[in-house]
Design a protein around this ligand. Structure first.
Ligand SMILES: Nc1ncnc2c1ncn2[C@@H]1O[C@H](COP(=O)(O)OP(=O)(O)OP(=O)(O)O)[C@@H](O)[C@H]1O
Length: 973
């Protein structure tokens, strides 16, 4: 036994802090069986509750009765005590005090315990600290009350333990005394149970075991006996000492937390309950002692004064400094006064009038104490494993709080976490959806390519120029070709067998076309084949001779190209038997013969005009030329020359078919096939009109030769003895590929029946003077077959074209223009055929390009990859146009219409990707076309624009000579 030094006091404080434990976030999962009623429960982060303050009025003692002292205090109910003001001088002081409970003088200690202390005392079994104070003047009944309360509390605690044998409990007792500001451990003794020692100065004190751990039930009984002994001792010999010291009995209970925190939780609950018997409060104000008593009084004064100060400060809130450390008492009881504990204070007062001041002081102290708020928590002593887990959760919670300030509760944290996860899930779902779309698109592309491969790998497929050279040439054709070469007869570009086959199978009118072609042919029957589409293409698309420096890949390209200009300068004479062009009344100019007016550019024009101008005849073939796939491609054959000169348009297509000039000015792109309007049409209309406009349908121009003609067919025999111009020489030298002509002638022979041609020629003669206007209109219709089947045929061709656009990565603007322009007018049948053949050819070229990369090596070939890139760029530009063309509301409406979430990212890009993507849905195609039209500024379509896509046989349109193609397109922007 001995005084507890500073170190020992610190241990007590530390123990108290440890008992406070690590808490937070657990309170919801813990049920406080014995303490949950009536007190608002416990709070993990400080469930705020006031100190429970009771007042116990003891009866008058025998001596007081003997002195006939009146009792001025009366408890008028369970919560209010009043002072019977029998003295006039006391009329100004408060007479009524209300507390949580007031106990009359006849109240038993058990009643006081049950009403004013039991709940707090039993908190300890649920892991919540508790403290029970007795405050009052000497002989007011503090010890009397606390001894009983401790006993009852102990009994209840052990009863609880006895009823909960499934839980493992460890009980630790501690008892201390604070005397003269020195702390002594009352249980630091070797004797068990306890022994009473006589202290010469303070009388008898108790020594008990320092710490007792409940090992078993018998042990518990032993402890109970200790308590009983203490009670008995207290009743007998402790009063004298306790009145001058502060005694604290502390019971700490540790128990498993599994019942509260889960089966696998290895954490423990740990809480303490303090039973505090304070020294008589009157000591704080008495200074009547001297010597040792003075010193004692000062120390008691100090602790009680500090206690009063702390209570007073705490009752006014926690603002400012709370002087817990100013006394031993307040240091030890700090948690009980304003921290992690539930606290009950029982203020005892003497009813005798002689103690009225002390009673009033006690009531004032009680009044302050009832305003003090504590923050009791369930105390968890966590295992290492649980601690790590808890810290991880705490870390996550804090991180969440940082991200979402204001969300501090665990529920909010969980909700925030769930929201975050939901958002992630939604984001991932969107990504998955996009990936699926991309996958489907890729699969569609693959299917298209495979389909294209399957279509083009037939026996007639050609694999480039070399294979072309191996095409079967009908007997006699070689000689004819030779003749053609030498004679300078302009014929046509080659048409490969597969192309002819396709051509023949284009539609139900194919046979008729061939028949007509036969009819049209003259001495050179091959020429007739080329008329239908090539003419249209050539007459409507820009054609310019490509300077050599701009045509580095001439050889390769021209091998496959039908854009041929035969320079008449090389061959001065046109043999009538090899004449290429012919016409009939129904055709405007099935074989266009360009009239070159001293210009290097090829000029498309009727044969008559050409002949009259004495320059050259040009035949355009739109079918087999790679650039045929695009409206800018053209084929020219100079009727007087054997040199095959690729048109500028042809080259331009191959070299640089950039995307739309309306948004890619100045940008040189690898082409998306039909997107080369800018290059292609530049200057070409002028050429075109040069050739066409002066014709004026025979009124001014006469055919230099007579034509054998019938109602539908005419034969042109061109005798070209035209002076060779410098320009033409250039043309010839730059892009002469005679082989193509030979091959074309050879193929032509494969498909024409000379006899039929001869018969046709014999039967049908017609004069060139017949108005071409009528002829062209009739032809435009007749070539497509009966009008009755045209709607169905148109729909079929339209779908085929749409599929081919998709397969060939054709520019979306081109698709849009074409789709909106040609809506089923029978007169547009030629355009449809031309487009169909262009695309078919392009598709094969793509496949060929994939197999043989020679064209691409020269940097001027269209390849599948280049078209894909160009199309991708175009979609990107369209997406940017959306920002410019549409308001936010309009865009949102579009996104909704096209099934794009407003929350998704890159919505414009998504929408651009969707355009023209579903070739099977005409509604989709229609919507795509309308949207693209708006994006490119295509508000109204002019019929004249049809010329962009091929032939226009409508004479009145030829008057637009002053309008360039480029301007025509630009005007639509
Ligand atoms: N409610 C009560 N009923 C009957 N007797 C009481 C009551 N309260 C106190 N007493 C008696 O009054 C006397 C003084 O009580 P007690 O010793 O508990 O006072 P105290 O406040 O502890 O004094 P001290 O501060 O000196 O320790 C005791 O003899 C006790 O039995």
């Amino acid at each position: 036994m001995g005084a507890v030094g500073e170190e020992e006091l610190t241990r007590w404080e530390r123990d108290q802090d440890e008992v406070s434990g690590i808490t937070g976030g657990w309170e919801d999962s813990i049920g406080c069986e014995s303490v949950s009623s009536g007190r608002g429960g416990v709070g993990g982060v400080g469930s705020k509750e006031r100190i429970e303050v009771s007042v116990r009025l003891r009866p008058l003692s025998a001596m007081e009765v003997a002195r006939n002292e009146p009792s001025d205090w009366e408890c008028i109910n369970d919560t209010t005590i009043i002072f019977r003001n029998s003295m006039p001088e006391r009329s100004m002081v408060p007479t009524a005090y209300t507390f949580d409970r007031v106990f009359r003088c006849d109240s038993t200690t058990k009643h006081v315990y049950e009403e004013g202390a039991r709940e707090v005392a039993l908190s300890v079994v649920s892991g919540i600290n508790g403290s029970i104070f007795a405050y009052g003047q000497t002989s007011s009944g503090k010890t009397y009350t606390m001894t009983g309360i401790t006993e009852y509390a102990m009994n209840d605690i052990y009863d609880y333990i006895r009823k909960h044998k499934e839980r493992a409990f460890v009980l630790k007792f501690a008892a201390m005394e604070i005397y003269n500001e020195a702390v002594r451990d009352l249980l630091r003794t070797e004797s068990i149970p306890l022994r009473v020692l006589d202290d010469p100065d303070r009388g008898t004190i108790i020594e008990k075991l320092t710490e007792v751990t409940l090992r078993d039930w018998n042990h518990m009984q032993e402890l109970l006996s200790i308590c009983e002994a203490q009670r008995q001792i207290g009743e007998t010999s402790l009063n004298e000492m306790s009145s001058r010291s502060h005694q604290i009995l502390r019971l700490t209970i540790e128990s498993s937390a599994r019942e509260f925190l889960g089966k696998d939780n290895s954490s423990t609950l740990s809480a303490s309950v303090n039973f505090v018997d304070l020294a008589g409060s009157e000591r704080a104000s008495q200074a009547l002692s001297a010597g040792a008593r003075l010193k004692e009084g000062c120390h008691i004064n100090r602790s009680l004064l500090t206690l009063g100060t702390v209570i007073r400060k705490l009752s006014k809130g926690r603002n400012g400094h709370i002087p817990y450390r100013d006394s031993k008492l307040t240091r030890i009881l700090q948690p009980a006064l304003g921290g992690n504990a539930r606290t009950a204070i029982i203020c005892t007062i003497c009813p005798a009038r002689s103690h009225i001041e002390q009673s009033r002081n006690t009531l004032l102290f009680a009044s302050c104490a009832k305003e003090v708020v504590t923050s009791a928590q369930v105390n968890i002593v966590m295992s290492d494993k649980a601690l790590v887990k808890h810290l991880q959760r705490e870390l996550a919670r804090l991180e969440c709080e940082l991200r979402c300030p204001g969300q501090i509760s665990s529920k909010s944290y969980v909700e925030a976490l769930l929201k975050e996860k939901d958002a992630q899930i939604q984001k991932m779902e969107k990504e998955i959806k996009e990936l699926i779309q991309q996958r489907d698109l890729a699969q569609s592309r693959i299917e298209d390519l495979l389909r294209a491969l399957g279509d083009d790998r037939g026996p007639g497929q050609w694999h480039g120029y070399d294979q072309l050279r191996t095409l079967r040439i009908p007997d006699g054709c070689e000689e004819e070709l030779s003749t053609c070469d030498s004679s300078g007869v302009v014929d046509f570009s080659f048409i490969k067998c597969s192309a002819l086959k396709d051509f023949a199978n284009l539609n139900e009118n194919s046979n008729e076309i061939l028949e007509n072609s036969n009819e049209y042919s003259t001495t050179s029957p091959q020429s007739s084949i080329s008329t239908r589409n090539s003419i249209g293409l050539a007459s409507k698309l820009g054609r310019q001779v490509i300077p050599e420096e701009n045509c580095p890949d001439t050889e390769d390209i021209c091998k496959e190209v039908c854009c041929i200009e035969i320079n008449d300068a090389t061959h001065q004479t046109v043999n009538s038997s090899n004449v290429l062009t012919e016409r009939n009344d129904n055709l405007e100019s099935p074989f266009l013969c360009d009239n070159n007016h001293g210009n290097q550019e090829s000029v498309a024009g009727p044969v008559g005009e050409m002949d009259q101008s004495g320059r050259r005849a040009v035949v355009h073939f739109g079918r087999e030329c790679p650039e045929i796939s695009s409206p800018w491609s053209s084929t020219q054959i100079n009727s007087r020359g054997l040199g095959l000169t690729r048109s500028r348009s042809c080259r331009a297509t191959l070299m640089d078919s950039s995307a739309f000039h309306w948004f890619q000015e100045g940008q040189q792109n690898v082409n998306t096939p039909p997107s080369s309007f800018r290059i292609e049409y530049t200057g070409r209309p002028e050429v075109f009109h040069k050739g066409i406009f002066p014709l004026n349908y025979g009124s001014e121009i006469k055919a230099p030769v007579e034509y054998k003609t019938s109602e539908r067919t005419s034969v042109n025999v061109l005798k070209a003895e035209y002076p060779k111009t410098e320009t033409e020489e250039d043309i010839t030298s730059s892009c002469t590929v005679t082989t193509e002509l030979e091959m074309a002638q050879a193929q032509f022979h494969n498909h024409l029946n000379d006899d039929q041609i001869a018969e046709q020629n014999a039967n049908e003669d017609i004069s060139i003077e017949k108005p071409i206007k009528d002829a062209c209109l009739d032809t435009a219709i007749n070539t497509t077959g009966p009008l009755s089947i045209w709607p169905e045929q148109f729909e079929k061709q339209q779908k085929e074209i749409i599929e081919l656009w998709h397969a060939c990565n054709v520019s979306l603007a081109h698709r849009t223009y074409f789709f909106l322009l040609f809506k089923g007018d029978p007169r547009d049948s030629v355009y449809m055929e031309v487009e169909l053949r262009r695309l078919s050819f392009l598709k094969r070229v793509f496949m060929q390009g994939n197999l043989h990369t020679t064209a691409a090596e020269h940097g001027c070939s269209i390849t599948l990859s280049s078209s894909i890139r160009a199309l991708r760029r175009e979609r990107g530009t369209l997406s940017r146009q959306m920002q410019k063309r549409f308001s936010t509301e309009e865009r949102e409406s579009l996104y909704h219409k096209w099934g794009i979430s407003l929350q998704s990212k890159r919505r414009k890009v998504q929408l651009a990707r969707l355009l023209w993507s579903d070739t099977r849905s005409m509604d989709h195609i229609r919507e795509s076309a309308l949207l693209v039209a708006k994006l490119v500024g295509l508000l109204e379509l002019d019929q004249a624009l049809k010329e962009m896509f091929g032939l226009s046989f409508t004479p009145q349109q030829l008057g637009r000579r002053s309008q360039s193609w480029r301007h025509g397109i630009s005007s639509l922007m």
